[in-house]
Design a protein around this ligand. Structure first.
Ligand SMILES: *[C@@H]1O[C@H](CO)[C@@H](O)[C@H](O)[C@H]1NC(C)=O
Length: 310
């Protein structure tokens, strides 16, 4: 009896899908240390296909070779990588009428860069899991056996705002230390750009394109210790309050204190440098949570994928 109910329901669902037509295609951008066709990404794509039968999925790559693609998550010029991906996407016939997109970790801010700069074909819903939209103020630690990561981390930490580092180390290109913003503004060419942080070189197209999204779904991992601060996934950012003027005019330096400023309290939002406020006021920004550490997605993706993809 129970079995036949399930069968009838399944048949009905299939019928409903056929009725509704094929689901909107989906583009995935993997996270750091992963690659476009890793076993984990392939499994995830299969799980999505079980939720949205018939869905077309493209997993973006910088290099078709799995190891080189993983390496490109650490080494390379992000602006060039996003451009390359925009060219890759633009010639896939299945995507020509637009698509939804899911970005894992750094893949999330890279897809946002795609929206702001290219968006042709356009993204309908963009879901980002544990992404670093306002950057990171520390370089994540590596798996002890991951040498590609170890070396990249050491190089990145040694001179994060150096010219070579800013052109060649991926994480340096979204490193944003609130205690040293002037150097960041002067040297960074990726995050400062997609967040339209530099007065005088703000690009209105970025704001128009971001505001054209249907939904921007920002997923935070509640116990994230890899992304510092984890609220970067929700467009939160830190400011440093580091000294205090004591009576008598002498400056007393206190221990550096970092204060978190949520998205809606920042000039980026209030002055709407990137169209985020326009999108939010239209109800287009969705804040979501996954319980757990960075990228511990477990079953957390399923409801989001049901609602915002396909
Ligand atoms: C602004 O961005 C658009 C889209 O990427 C680009 O075509 C345009 O050249 C940019 N404008 C300026 C002034 O850089």
């Amino acid at each position: 009896m129970a079995f036949s109910t399930v069968t009838v329901f399944a048949t009905f669902s299939l019928f409903a899908f056929a009725w509704a037509g094929t689901p909107r295609p989906l583009v995935l951008w993997h996270g750091l240390g992963d690659s476009a066709t890793s076993p984990g990404m392939l499994r995830f794509a299969e799980e999505i296909k079980a939720v949205h039968p018939g869905i077309f999925i493209h997993s973006v790559y910088i290099d078709e070779d799995l190891d080189k693609d993983k390496s490109a998550g650490f080494y390379g010029n992000v602006n060039e990588q996003v451009q390359l991906v925009s060219e890759q996407i633009s010639v896939i016939p299945e995507l020509e009428d637009g698509f939804d997109a899911i970005g894992f970790s750094q893949g999330g801010q890279f897809l946002r860069a795609y929206v702001e700069r290219y968006n042709s074909p356009p993204i309908h819903n963009l879901i980002t899991f544990g992404s670093q939209h306002t950057g990171i103020s520390d370089i994540p630690v590596c798996n002890p056996r991951d040498f590609i990561c170890q070396i990249a981390r050491r190089l990145t930490k040694s001179a994060v705002y150096g010219h070579w580092e800013q052109e060649n180390l991926v994480q340096a290109q979204y490193f944003r230390d609130p205690a040293n913003l002037e150097t960041y503004y002067a040297s960074n060419k990726f995050l400062t750009s997609i967040n339209n942080e530099i007065l005088g070189s703000r690009n209105e197209t970025y704001a128009r394109n971001l505001a054209s999204l249907n939904k921007l779904v920002l997923v935070i991992f509640t116990e994230d210790k890899t992304v510092v601060p984890k609220e970067s996934s929700w467009f939160g950012t830190e400011i440093v309050v580091d000294d205090e003027l004591v009576p008598g005019g002498q400056q007393r330096v206190l221990a550096e204190e970092r204060v978190l400023v949520p998205m809606r309290k920042q000039p980026l939002y209030q002055e709407d440098w990137i169209g985020l406020r326009e999108l939010d006021e239209r109800g287009g920004v969705v804040f979501a949570e996954c319980e757990g550490q960075h990228m511990q997605i477990n079953d957390c993706w399923e409801e989001l994928v049901k609602e915002f993809a396909g």
